[in-house]
Design a protein around this ligand. Structure first.
Ligand SMILES: [Zn+2]
Length: 129
């Protein structure tokens, strides 16, 4: 693990994040600058810079976790759809954006707005209830 990687620090609990899911190998938390309410980031715990550098097994597992999380968000927040996106220019630790969507063109990083920790915690309670 890279010591200066924000996502590795989140996994280790050194930087707080509002967790939605965790198992042995993967971790998901609410984005603090969501495109839409419920915008979640799913990451492998193992530091891997580029999504497509994951081995086939890890990549498949990660995509299946994304599917489960998308279903969870759909059930609890009732958006029309849930979309996923991967860019990875800003934080060099593989991550998948899982975003509740109600219209086309919403999956646009320029729409991201900060959400308070209070709002994020309330949202997590709603999702995990
Ligand atoms: Zn990392």
């Amino acid at each position: 693990m890279k010591t200066n990687c924000i996502f590795c620090k989140i996994v280790k609990g050194e930087i707080p994040a509002v967790k939605i899911f965790e198992d042995e190998k993967y971790f998901a938390f609410l984005d603090m600058n969501p495109i839409n309410s419920g915008h979640t980031l799913l990451i492998p715990k193992k530091h891997t810079e580029y999504l497509f550098d994951l081995n086939d097994n890890e990549y498949s597992e990660l995509m299946l976790k994304a599917k489960h999380l998308a279903k969870l968000l759909k059930n609890k927040l009732a958006p029309k759809r849930v979309g996923i996106a991967v860019e990875g220019f800003f934080i060099p630790h593989a991550h998948i954006h899982i975003v509740p969507l109600n219209e086309g063109n919403e999956l646009n990083p320029e729409r991201a707005k900060p959400m308070s920790k209070d709002e994020l915690n309330k949202l997590a309670k709603k999702i995990l209830k």
